[in-house]
Design a protein around this ligand. Structure first.
Ligand code: MN
Length: 202
């Protein structure tokens, strides 16, 4: 599907006269490696938005507790609409009353290496592995490093949901999860409160 079609849901939810979120018009240079971004979004409910570049869009999941670096943690990841590639750089305040109203910071970003394999160990196309409901990848971020897996399951409400899990041996250092109110942007070094104070006054 072309990005224009894939972004219809994203655009339909937003009024770009009111929000400074990108409308997704800008094309992006194709790097060697696909990109990922994790944003913290202080909306009606605080959550993390986890986005992986797949082709010309960012596939997106809302993760209430955020990604954990502890392989013992399974993190619920609720799929959301595809976002434009330049959303990776969005940090600021979405006006109250608009879709997703609240403050966003870029908590982490970087590249990832697709690492999906079939049962016999043969590489599987990454987009196809997502279609099949199980994708593995290595994150090369500023904060997040290492291999993670996204696995789809049928939630109790009958809707598809996913689990994001760090691969590897379990840890017990207690540093698996960031505190969203104290976390700082990898772009600006600011906290949610600092971004809200600066951007909310404009
Ligand atoms: Mn969000």
């Amino acid at each position: 599907m072309a990005a224009e079609d894939r972004l219809r849901t994203y655009r339909g939810k937003r009024d770009f006269e009111r929000t400074r979120e990108p409308s997704g018009q800008a094309a992006r240079e194709d790097g060697d490696r696909p990109r990922f971004v994790v944003q913290i979004h202080d909306a009606r409910r605080m959550h993390f938005d986890f986005r992986l570049q797949v082709g010309d869009v960012l596939r997106s999941w809302s993760i209430p507790k955020g990604p954990s670096t502890d392989p013992g943690d399974k993190r619920l990841a609720v799929p959301t609409e595809d976002h434009p590639l330049d959303y990776e750089n969005f940090e600021g305040v979405i006006p109250k009353g608009e879709y997703g109203g609240g403050t966003v910071i870029v908590w982490d970003h970087g590249t990832y290496e697709p690492a999906s394999h079939d049962r016999r160990g043969r590489p599987v196309d990454f987009a196809e592995s997502l279609e099949r409901g199980h994708a593995t990848f290595r994150l090369n971020g500023t904060k997040l490093h290492g291999e993670y897996a996204l696995t789809r399951f049928r939630g109790s409400d009958g809707e598809d949901a996913w689990l994001l899990v760090r691969k590897g041996a379990a840890r017990s250092d207690g540093h698996g999860t960031p505190d969203p109110r104290r976390a700082r942007s990898v772009r600006s070094g600011r906290t949610l409160a600092q971004v809200a104070a600066a951007d909310g006054e404009e």
